[in-house]
Design a protein around this ligand. Structure first.
Ligand SMILES: [Fe+2]
Length: 251
């Protein structure tokens, strides 16, 4: 089972660059399932609309994971339960599910989305425990986890906690790909962060001017996404051969 995981797709620039690359990615990497972190995929870099969801599905994406901006577009409340969008498992009392099983050639592939608490949202349930409880009760042939978190230590900790119990753990959220991909002692594939897909002409997908104004003048200016040259960051997870390969394209 070969899974291609695409790092946080940011706004229209990211979406369009992704659509353009999919035919080449499919032909080159011959993956079975395509998972995309979509929490920044809306036009404002927050959340997802039904129109964008349909667009992604028709372009060959199989499953979408989210994160802290899951509800950035309120529309998601109305369609998440009938979609292949999964929201973090450690949200409490909201629609949707923290996992989904996709059937591929009579094999069950379970995807799980976890949100980090460190430097993020402290009022979440414990994603470590919830994930462990889930995989003890729900059976699947393959299990892949997206840990959307700020702290590298939290992502590595979850990977060790689940080592040997899931096939792969990959991190998202920081938008900068890490070069620490490896196979853990008990066979779980792991990378701290798979990076982002969108304009490389900004600061983690946001306009340079806007981010600099924050750092230089402390201005809380509205978020404006970067435009121009794009990048795509991803990993190919070969769950049977236990290999993990980083993939990067820059315009
Ligand atoms: Fe995020």
């Amino acid at each position: 089972m070969r899974i291609l995981a695409i790092g946080d797709v940011v706004g229209k620039e990211g979406r369009e660059f992704l659509y353009k690359q999919i035919p080449y990615l499919k032909a080159t990497y011959n993956y079975n399932l395509l998972v995309v972190n979509a929490e920044n995929i809306g036009n404002l870099g927050r959340g997802i609309t039904l129109k964008i969801y349909k667009e992604l599905m028709s372009n060959g994406v199989h499953i979408l994971t989210m994160g802290n901006w899951t509800w950035g577009e309120q529309e998601l409340f109305s369609f998440i339960d009938n979609s292949n969008v999964i929201r973090p498992i450690n949200f409490n009392g909201v629609p949707g599910s923290g996992y989904k099983i996709i059937n591929y050639n009579n094999q069950k592939v379970m995807f799980i989305n976890v949100l980090g608490k460190t430097f993020m949202e402290p009022n979440l349930d414990n994603g470590f425990i919830l994930t462990k409880q889930l995989i003890e009760k729900e059976k699947a042939d393959y299990i892949v986890v997206d840990i959307h978190a700020e702290a590298t230590s939290e992502k590595i900790a979850l990977a060790y906690y689940l080592d040997g119990k899931v096939n792969a753990v990959f991190g998202t959220h920081t938008h900068v790909q890490t070069a620490d991909e490896r196979v853990l002692d008990n066979g779980t594939l792991f990378i701290t962060d798979i990076g982002m897909t969108g304009s490389s002409n900004g600061i983690i997908g946001v306009s340079k001017e806007v981010v600099l104004a924050r750092f230089l003048n402390g201005l809380a200016v509205p978020k404006v996404l970067a435009t121009g040259k794009c990048q795509l960051n991803a990993v190919l997870l070969d769950l049977d051969n236990k290999t993990i390969e980083r993939i990067n394209y820059y315009e």
